[in-house]
Structure formats: C-alpha cells, structure tokens
Ligand binder design. Structure first.
Ligand SMILES: [Fe+2]
Length: 162
C-alpha cells in the first residue's frame, strides 16, 4: 500500500468525515419532527455528498495514491460512525442528536482548517480550491447545527423528566 503524506492523510480524513456526515444527518433526521430542522439536515447531507465527490476527485488525481486515501477515509468514517453510535443510544432524542451534530460539525471545521493550513506550505492548487469551497460550508454547518440545538432546547420543558 502506498504511503500517504500528511497532506494526503488529512485529505482522507475530511473525506471520511464527509461520508460519516451523510449517515449522521440521516440518523438525526429520524430523531426530529420539526420540518425546518429536517430540511436543514437534508441540505447538509446534499452538501456532504458533494464534498465526498470533490474530495474523491482530488484523490483520484494523485498518482497511485487513490486506493490508500480511500482506505484511510474508510477508517475515519468508521471511527466517526462508532462515536455516533456510542453517543446516540436507543433513548436519544432530537436535542441529543443536535448536540452530537455540533460536535461532528466542529470536528469537520477543525479538520478542514488543518488541511488548509498544511496546504499553505504545499501550495497545491486543487487542494486550495477544495478547502476554499468546503471551509465556509462547514462553518455554516456548525452555526446551523448550533442554532437548531438551541431551538430544540428552547422548545423543551426544563422540568420534564429526562
Ligand atoms: Fe458538515
């Protein structure tokens, strides 16, 4: 298996997180009944699919590294999904779901920032194009999930039995 550079490893990680985000938005959508909140999740899922597509395209154009990048992404996806399953047990509700989403989206933002920072030195055009496109979207995902979490929290009766 081809050895990955740090830059390629980080590319693999954001790819894996974009794959995991598709599963997370689906799972959390199942926990909420508010339509506006559900449609935010659908939009995030569509954007996570597009993120996966663009990351895969960049990986495909790296000589001989595509398989290794996709395998590393699979590993990241598996870890993130495991974290989700641990966090969101059978008794999870929509608010729990969005608390998880704030962690997941903050994690995505952090990883994209690291990739962009690494590429400041590397100066690879396809990567800077990718991070320039993805970072603002991930930042919006984080603020939207935060707003949805607060909306759901605002609708809760603080004295009801948890
Ligand atoms: Fe996201």
């Amino acid at each position: 298996m081809a050895e990955l550079t740090t830059l390629e490893e980080k590319l693999a990680e954001v790819l894996g997180l974009a794959q995991a985000a598709q599963k997370a938005t689906e799972k959390v959508e199942g926990l909420v009944d508010d339509d506006s909140v559900a449609s935010k999740l659908q939009q995030m899922r569509t954007e996570a699919e597009e993120t996966e597509r663009r990351c895969t395209e960049v990986a495909e154009n790296r000589n001989g590294k595509k398989t290794a990048i996709l395998e590393k992404a699979q590993e990241t996806k598996g870890e993130a999904t495991e974290m989700m399953d641990t966090y969101l047990g059978d008794d999870a509700d929509g608010l729990d779901g969005f608390e998880f989403m704030t962690m997941a989206e903050a994690g995505e933002v952090g990883h994209w920032m690291v990739l962009a920072k690494l590429n400041e030195q590397a100066g690879e055009e396809p990567i800077s194009e990718l991070t320039g496109w993805a970072l603002p979207i991930q930042e919006r995902h984080f603020s939207e999930t935060k707003e949805c979490a607060l909306q759901l929290a605002g609708e809760k009766d603080p004295y009801e039995e948890a």
